[in-house]
Design a protein around this ligand. Sequence first.
Ligand SMILES: Cc1cc2nc3c(=O)[nH]c(=O)nc-3n(C[C@H](O)[C@H](O)[C@H](O)COP(=O)(O)O)c2cc1C
Length: 319
Amino acid sequence: MNLLPAPAKRWLRRMANLPRYGPLGLHDPQQFVEVWLEGCGAPRDVTRNNVVAALRPFTIGVMLEAASAEASAGADLRLAMRQRGSGFLLGVIHLRLASTIPLGALRFCLFETPKCENHCVPAATLRLYYQRQRWRSWQRQRKNPYNFRMTLSDIRCSYVFYQCPRPVVLVSVQHEGSSNMFPMDLIGPTDSPCFSMALRSTSPAVRLMQQSRRMALASAPFTYKDTAYELGRHHKLASIDWTSLPFPTEPSPEFGLPVPEAALRVREVKVEEFHEVGSHVLFLTSVVRDTVPATARELQLFHSFSSYRQYLAMTGRTA
Ligand SMILES: Cc1cc2nc3c(=O)[nH]c(=O)nc-3n(C[C@H](O)[C@H](O)[C@H](O)COP(=O)(O)O)c2cc1C
């Protein structure tokens, strides 16, 4: 039963200052959090080189040279999230090399995440939050025993991963009679021409991406927040009715795939290879054309962990 109106609930949540995921408006690339790979030689800035490859098990991909990949095999590797400027340590994800994908002289290293440390939320709040998470997970499992489920340890690692804001794109794809547009945030560049995308293997769009081998990724403006979440349901559809979209589209410059007119950037990518990684199919793509409209000045939609007040306080911004 809903006893409170939505604005009152929002206010209460803000006051409670619970750690949680949330949308954030930023310019891309974000400038607030740095991600460092530590524990094997000199620390390496991988802020633009760490992406999710699968959610179950939670798997993070980092592109390394072959020698560094080899050295990382037995090392006590960590991904450290640090506030830019102060260097304040927000969190740490411990890494265990699970496999590598050879790409010429490079290796796309896939790390599983045995444990993490979260320093951006007080320990007592975090304990409460974890308890609530356990309860919700148990409820969800009881309602639908076949539902997709991450382990609690992996969920905690994903909170730390999202301490670094991650951009959300709307992906357009079509093949023969089927087409779709859906939001993705398990995406990102690497220290190479390779741009990574991870899509749940049960998603019907996987087949469209494997067969057409090309997609358009439109960076969503922050004003598309509600729409982007709404389009999450497209992940389960084999094809969509384009006339039902609540915004106008235009053909992308290279492939002619429909993208939002309001897109802040359109990356048109070609699938180079794809791999099954746990729950997801990992697409390694190359950017064929990258278009940034001269008028694109708006804030972009990002996903981030922790409450806004904590996050904004940490980054020295005001709400
Ligand atoms: C903003 C947003 C970004 C998403 N990004 C991804 C993604 O990168 N990869 C993926 O497999 N699913 C992604 N999803 C899909 C969700 O994980 C989920 O499968 C989908 O929204 C259906 O939700 P439900 O299973 O709770 O009904 C995204 C969904 C939303 C709303």
